[in-house]
Write a protein that binds this ligand. Structure first.
Ligand SMILES: Nc1nc2c(ncn2[C@@H]2O[C@H](COP(=O)(O)OP(=O)(O)OP(=O)(O)O)[C@@H](O)[C@H]2O)c(=O)[nH]1
Length: 390
């Protein structure tokens, strides 16, 4: 699943109790049945278990038909083990499901060779079991290696102990087809586990990229990812002639929140500020934590005439947001600018930063922009309404 570069995380304004910050990890937590290999890994394991189960039902019918009661009983056990593997896989314990599958394959192969001979081809499943053990991403590699070697030794030993090509008398007439079916089906568990391993690594790669792009405290994108998005947006803005706006916001007097209520409350306030800003953005916009109490927003393809009003609505929303009992309201000062031909990401952010400091100097809780053609030298100030300050 590719990482969505632009969409802000699905933030609802978090329920903030004034003490513990809403955890980004909790917000992105997955239901346990998807872990650790993800939904597709579970599906692959389930399909594998169903095929194993159906295969042994087929063998059960065969052995009953040819009067091999012991092998019929063994296959009842195999069916139960594949059922168990499917159940365990459904709960997300893929490692345990593979372990059950390996036990079934080894036990069934040994008993079948003992009962009906090497000529039926049941020993091929030992190769599958050895590969499953070695490829199992949930097993420690040293244990997996030892187990894989042991199963390979069992395979070789069976060829020493039992005569090659011999088969129990009742099955002689179906030897060709039985050998063929076993040769065909024995590699199937390997195919399934390789698919599962690929799913697990894809899932982990996506999770890692997601973690690397997020800010831990607020759950929104971090500065590195923000810079990447801004660079990309600047490239396409130049190409398509789209309007690209960048706004940098800084929480006013944030130090006093930390000093009065403690750093962890400050973290919670930052998380709620991020959530409030994220709720006011479109899906094409990007919000990242630029650092400390600063947030950067990138708006591409935004109609010029509406941008100042939209941004001021965002500023006001923050003013009217409650941060929890006993906590003061929060305001922010913003610098808003538009990309100019030949702008680099650094230049445009530096300009937004200078405008944001202009907003601070002018009294905070306001947006200063340079959007009007004449305003490049003299920024426009969207002043806070009187009595608006929380
Ligand atoms: N809780 C918390 N505080 C942080 C974090 N990052 C930076 N800060 C604090 O943010 C505060 C920034 O303070 P200042 O730069 O003085 O700015 P300010 O108090 O917001 O004042 P103005 O920006 O001038 O309105 C400092 O106290 C930092 O310790 C963080 O991740 N969590």
């Amino acid at each position: 699943m590719p990482l969505d570069l632009m969409t802000p995380p699905p933030l609802e304004p978090p329920e903030f109790d004034g003490a513990s910050p809403p955890s980004a990890a909790r917000r992105h937590a997955r239901p346990p049945w998807l872990a650790p290999g993800g939904q597709r890994g579970t599906l692959v394991m389930l399909v594998g278990s169903v095929i194993g189960l159906l295969g042994h039902v087929g063998f059960l019918v065969l052995f009953v038909a040819y009067g091999l009661a012991f092998m019929a009983a063994v296959n009842v056990g195999s069916v139960l083990l594949w059922l168990a593997a499917g159940r365990v896989a459904l709960r997300g314990h893929h490692g345990a499901a593979i372990a059950i599958a390996c036990v079934e394959l080894v036990v069934h192969a040994c008993l079948a060779v003992w009962q009906v001979g090497l000529g039926a081809g049941f020993q091929y499943y030992l190769w599958s079991a050895a590969c499953l053990l070695v490829l199992n991403p949930h097993m420690r590699s040293d244990i997996a290696l030892v187990a894989g070697v042991c199963v390979s030794l069992v395979f070789a030993s069976l060829h020493l102990i039992f005569p090659i090509g011999a088969i129990a008398a009742p099955l002689r007439e179906v030897q060709g087809i039985l050998n063929y079916v076993n040769a065909l089906c024995a590699p199937l568990p390997i195919v399934f586990v390789v698919i599962m391993v690929r799913q697990v690594s894809r899932h982990q790669e996506t999770a890692l990229r997601e973690v690397a792009a997020r800010d831990e405290v607020t759950g929104v994108f971090n500065r590195r990812h923000g810079m990447r998005v801004l660079n990309r947006a600047l490239e396409t803005a130049g190409r398509d002639g789209d309007t690209l706006f960048v706004m940098l916001g800084d929480v006013d007097h944030f130090k006093s929140i930390n000093d009065t209520f403690g750093h962890h409350v400050g973290d919670g306030v930052l998380a709620q500020v991020a959530a409030t800003l994220a709720c006011g953005l479109r899906s094409d916009d990007m919000l990242c934590r630029w650092g400390g109490e600063e947030f950067l927003m990138v708006f591409s393809g935004f109609p010029h005439h509406g941008i100042r009003e939209r941004m001021d609505t965002l500023r006001r929303t923050l003013v009217h947001t409650s941060f929890g009992e006993g906590l003061p309201g929060v305001t922010m000062s913003f610098g808003l600018t538009r990309a100019r031909p030949g702008d680099s990401a650094d230049e445009i952010v530096r300009r937004a930063d200078a405008l944001m400091y202009e907003a601070k100097r002018a009294g905070r809780n306001r947006i200063v922009d340079d959007l009007h053609p004449r305003a490049v030298a003299m920024p426009t100030i969207v002043a806070a309404e009187s009595g608006e300050t929380p």
